[in-house]
Design a protein around this ligand. Structure first.
Ligand code: UDP
Ligand code: MG
Length: 315
């Protein structure tokens, strides 16, 4: 059985060699054939030279390097496409996904599980991020069709058929957490202690997180559109009822000019609601725009995989 590790790296020069040492130690200890697929996501530091060096010293190392930063989603996709393993483990290069857990994943896989998820608790994370995540997951689970769990990320083992299924999903806007949940198959989860990043800094700024969150909300179904529609209908009914009441009052008591405040409130409130709804519709149109352009998910500038600059070797 061949095990592939897929490792997206973005500016990880400080930790990459340590990651590599720990990962290869652990994999050798487990005694399976293994391969590591590193994807350099357009790093500006020495990540690529380090990868070239590692690959030169060990034929089990594959690497691809993107022409620019395409994001972790693209990097994971590239890694999955270039992994040959009967089982593939996706993990971060910053040692926040301890390689020592791969053994446990393989044990669960041997019990017949297609996806083995390592779920981290949030010990040591900033409170703002923990609370934000909690609020987000309770909202998103109400809106999307697949179940997403806080702390469940990309650190997981996928069986060959699960990887093939994920690669069948060629959409441009990728939200992997959701895609993995969407493909299904027998899945099990175990929890591990959160490891705080040792070197470098998380590439996730608050803005990036917000956008990522929105992607998750909008990339599954049209429930947000539905919600906008209902909101519009409710507000319209309220507005009609209010209008009827005002006319009624005017008929009974005679015309009374005050009402300036109500007018302003109603006009601005409705304008706001309309903007939101147009925005939601626009988001979907924007997504369609990106999908129909059919641009590749990434461009490769260097690799040792023998696959030229193309994203899907399979078709
Ligand atoms: N990463 C990437 N491209 C990016 C950002 C991050 O390939 O644009 C990689 C990064 O090198 C790391 C993993 O994705 O291996 C997780 O990134 P990070 O540690 O910044 O995120 P966090 O752990 O805070 O979720
Ligand atoms: Mg990290």
């Amino acid at each position: 059985m061949l095990i592939s590790l897929v490792v997206p790296c973005f500016n990880e020069e400080e930790i990459l060699e340590r990651f590599h040492a720990r990962a290869t130690d652990e994999m050798s200890r487990l005694g399976h054939d293994f391969q590591i697929v590193y994807v350099d996501d357009g790093s500006a530091d020495r990540t690529l030279p380090i990868l070239e060096e590692l690959a030169g010293a060990d034929p089990r190392i594959r690497y691809l390097s993107f022409s620019r930063n395409f994001g972790k989603e693209a990097a994971m996709l590239a890694g999955l496409q270039h992994a040959d393993g009967d089982a593939v483990v996706i993990m971060d290069a910053d040692l926040q996904h301890p390689p020592e857990l791969v053994g446990r994943m393989l044990a669960e896989h041997a019990h017949g599980y297609d996806q083995v998820i390592a779920r981290r608790n949030r010990k040591g994370d900033r409170v703002t991020r923990t609370l934000g995540a909690r609020a987000y997951y309770s909202l998103i689970n109400r809106l999307v069709d697949v179940e997403l769990v806080d702390g469940v990320g990309d650190f997981r083992l996928l069986s060959r058929r699960t990887v093939d299924a994920v690669l069948e999903l060629t959409e441009y806007n990728r939200f992997s957490k959701g895609l993995f949940a969407w493909v299904g198959f027998r899945t099990t989860t175990f929890e591990y202690e959160n490891a705080v990043r040792e070197k470098g800094s998380s590439a996730w700024t608050m803005g990036k997180l917000l956008n990522y969150g929105l992607d998750g909300l909008l990339s599954f179904n049209n429930k947000p559109l539905r919600a906008a529609l209902y909101l519009g209908m409710v507000l319209m009914s309220v507005a009609f009822a209010y209008a009827a009441w005002i006319v009624g009052v005017a008929l009974v008591k005679g015309v009374d000019t005050p009402g300036y405040v109500t007018l302003i409130v109603v006009v601005t409130a409705l304008a706001g609601v309309q903007m939101v709804i147009v925005g939601v519709v626009g988001e979907y149109v924007g997504r369609i725009y990106y999908e129909v352009k059919r641009r590749p998910h990434f461009l490769v500038k260097a690799s040792n995989t023998g696959v030229p600059n193309q994203q899907r070797p399979r078709e």
